[in-house]
Ligand binder design. Structure first.
Ligand code: TXA
Ligand code: MG
Length: 327
């Protein structure tokens, strides 16, 4: 398959919507990371996403909607707390897992009784979803547009690096603002459960709900992003609590520093010591260090507080080395 990479002009967005309607695969920017989109109502097109990513077919994908009006088409029930979160935080980096309707096929849900829904705020994602959906309840199924198990893409170049030849069109809308994936809250067990920390801080979720969401237990729905070594660079990566000491043990390692400053180069990146800016740059930084040729990556640890919660989650996964549960 020939992959076209195009600036996200109105013409390119209109073409992308036509390709989606025809069953094609289109990668597009959202405020979190780039998504690999297909018509969520077309099971063959959704299956093509899994083939392109080389992802197992039983993993559910998020359905992206232009606005909350489409929720009733995909979900059979919207609990009041879910409604509150949607009203307060959509469009934005929040995904709600809700009981599925008959329209949500097994291809989309991975065979579970729930469906993931998200209304992204990115200008290009919004324009594409509107052009694609027209007046109906259509949605775009889209996981992150990376090869299975790899780092999520935050630029069109990242997408092309991973998926060139496996996707029809990549809409280039520049670098993603948030830089890490959406926060996922599930409403399948009564009480809201935080399945994945992400772009919306968990403190925001708690503020809207009036209480903290629960953390997953053994009965929580499966989410591939919750496998231990999701979002991993290809180079073995270690988390360093004391970066100076770790460097003494691993002198050839490439470094993602946060407080210990060094000369910037292919093997040393001084990341911003601010959780929002750190998240914005994180995946591009990991990809750059991964490409540096170093045999190991050292990542300076981040504070154990709420503001860093989502970043910390990604770093723990990126540095988990058990290949058996890589996703
Ligand atoms: O920010 C994001 O959420 C990005 C952009 C493109 O929207 N998407 C994204 O998709 O990160 P993906 O597939 O890489 O991660 C979505 C996660 C997966 O871990 C998947 O298992 C989980 O959401 N998920 C989707 N639908 C689900 C469902 N019905 N039940 C449980 N987990 C679900
Ligand atoms: Mg992903």
């Amino acid at each position: 398959m020939k992959t076209e990479v195009a600036a996200a002009t109105p013409e390119a967005i209109a073409k992308a919507a036509r390709m989606l309607r025809a069953g094609g695969l289109v990668a597009f920017p959202t405020e979190t990371v780039y998504g690999l989109g297909a018509d969520a109502g077309n099971p063959a097109a959704v299956r093509a996403i899994f083939a392109a990513k080389r992802r197992p077919a039983d993993h559910p994908v998020i359905v992206h909607l232009a606005d909350a009006a489409g929720v009733a088409y995909w979900a059979r029930e919207v609990p009041p707390d879910a409604q509150r979160l949607a009203e307060a935080l959509w469009p934005g980096p929040l995904t709600l897992i809700l009981p599925r309707s008959l329209h949500a096929t097994d291809e989309v849900t991975g065979g579970q009784d729930s469906v993931g829904l998200r209304v992204p705020s990115h200008r290009v994602a919004q324009a594409l979803l509107r052009a694609f959906a027209g007046d109906g309840g259509r949605g775009v199924a889209a996981p992150s547009a990376n090869r299975f198990g790899h780092i999520s893409p935050t630029t069109a170049q990242h997408v092309a690096d991973d998926l060139r030849g496996d996707v029809d069109l990549v809409l280039d809308g520049g670098a993603c603002d948030v830089g890490i994936e959406s926060t996922i809250v599930a409403f399948t067990q009564g009480e809201p459960v935080l399945l994945r920390p992400g772009g919306v801080p968990v403190t925001e979720i708690a503020r809207v709900l009036g209480r903290a969401p629960r953390v997953p237990d053994a009965d929580a729905p499966r989410a591939s992003g919750t496998l231990a070594s999701h979002y991993a660079p290809r180079t073995p990566a270690l988390l360093a609590h004391d970066l100076a000491a770790a460097l003494a043990d691993h002198p050839g390692a490439a470094v993602l520093a946060r407080t210990l400053r060094g000369p910037t180069g292919p093997r040393w990146i001084n990341a911003p010591d601010d959780p929002v800016r750190y998240a914005h740059d994180l995946y591009a930084n990991l990809r750059a260090l991964d490409a540096s040729g170093a045999a190991e990556l050292l990542i300076e640890t981040v504070p154990d507080d709420a503001a860093w919660f989502a970043v910390r989650d990604r770093l723990l996964r990126a540095t988990h080395l058990d290949p058996d549960d890589r996703d």
